[in-house]
Design a protein around this ligand. Structure first.
Ligand code: AMP
Length: 314
């Protein structure tokens, strides 16, 4: 179906529901929060008479972005659920979405699981937050309003998923949309501070990672963050894995794996050119061609994944 038709269908479905519950993926990042809560704030500003909820497990490190709603099971009865930035159903945070009357998927990951009554996926979009702004633009003449708070969230989502407009996914559309978003009255400086300031234990962990990562054949980097290291620096697995991008600063590195001990072991994969989401898919994961996540059950399996990464970078 054409993008314009999909957006129109989504707008019509939103207008026809009195209760809308917005979900995003587990282990949220800036774009998950930005697209979910950005859409939530657009709908609250546009339709004050509707009940709009944003749900999921809060991520402490992203609390500055938005608060989430805690709601009872019966709220899903007769509701429209919208899931943003979530490629597959297993990764939807709060699986009570199944109780909703209708379901909409809005996402920018490869569409291996085309769930929902309406499924709008654009893998060219740098972030799902970019798509939410396009949805607002399509709905402008039908009562959609973007508030400064919504603009702040969408800007944060796009800045997060593009590494502040550095990654190759950053397009002319990204810059056009961001140039619209910065016209809204929100404190960009404050947001940047919140995005990049880290507590001292995280700074020290960055130092540990930079001193201890390994380089393998074919310019592949890797680091193992064990439970012992997490305890030493007093960080959670989610905190640790947020540091994946720092290895990208190492000159010459082509692709890298960031392992964090947990049950199962978490893997964050990044690349400067070699396609890595096919490797992530082989190890219970997925994601974008140059930024993916996976899970392995032992350090031996981690080594198999590393071998695949080394071979892919030949
Ligand atoms: P991360 O390394 O967790 O920052 O994730 C990078 C990208 O891969 C994000 O777009 C995630 O949504 C996606 N991703 C991470 N883990 C998984 C997984 N287990 N399955 C599918 N996609 C994932």
């Amino acid at each position: 179906m054409k993008t314009e038709t999909l957006k129109k269908d989504i707008i019509e479905m939103i207008k026809s529901y009195e209760k809308i519950i917005i979900h995003r993926h587990v282990r949220p990042d800036l774009d998950a929060y930005g697209s979910q809560c950005g859409l939530g704030e657009i709908l609250k500003a546009s339709f004050p008479e509707k009940k709009i909820y944003m749900v999921g497990t809060p991520a402490l490190a992203l609390n500055y972005l938005h608060e989430l709603d805690e709601i009872e099971d019966e709220e899903w009865n007769g509701a429209l659920a919208i899931v943003t930035d979530t490629a597959n159903q297993e990764r939807i945070d709060d699986n009570r979405y199944v109780k909703a009357e209708k379901l909409i998927k809005i996402d920018h990951h490869p569409n291996h699981d085309a769930y929902g009554d309406i499924c709008w996926v654009n893998v060219e979009a740098s972030a799902t937050s970019e798509m939410i702004f396009e949805l607002f633009e399509a709905g402008k003449n039908m009562g959609f309003i973007c508030s400064p708070e919504a603009a702040r969230l969408l800007y944060g989502g796009i800045a997060g998923d593009t590494g502040h407009f550095l990654y190759p996914s950053t397009s002319c559309d990204t810059f056009r949309i961001v140039s619209e978003l910065v016209k809204y009255d929100f404190d960009r400086n404050q947001l940047h501070t919140e995005m990049y300031e880290e507590p001292m234990n995280m700074i020290k962990l960055q130092g540990y990672i930079l001193e201890n990562f390994e380089t393998l054949e074919n310019n592949v980097g890797n680091i193992f963050i064990t439970n012992e290291i997490k305890e030493k620096f007093n960080v959670s697995s989610s905190d640790a894995s947020r540091l994946v991008s720092i290895l990208g600063n190492v000159k010459g590195i082509k692709a890298w794996a960031f392992f964090t001990e947990d049950k199962p072991i978490r893997v964050n994969l990044r690349s400067k050119g070699t396609i890595i989401n096919t490797i992530a898919e082989k190890y219970n994961g997925g994601g974008h061609p140059l930024a993916s996540g996976a899970n392995v059950s032992s350090w031996d399996e981690a080594k198999l994944l590393l071998k695949d990464l080394v071979d892919a970078c030949k």
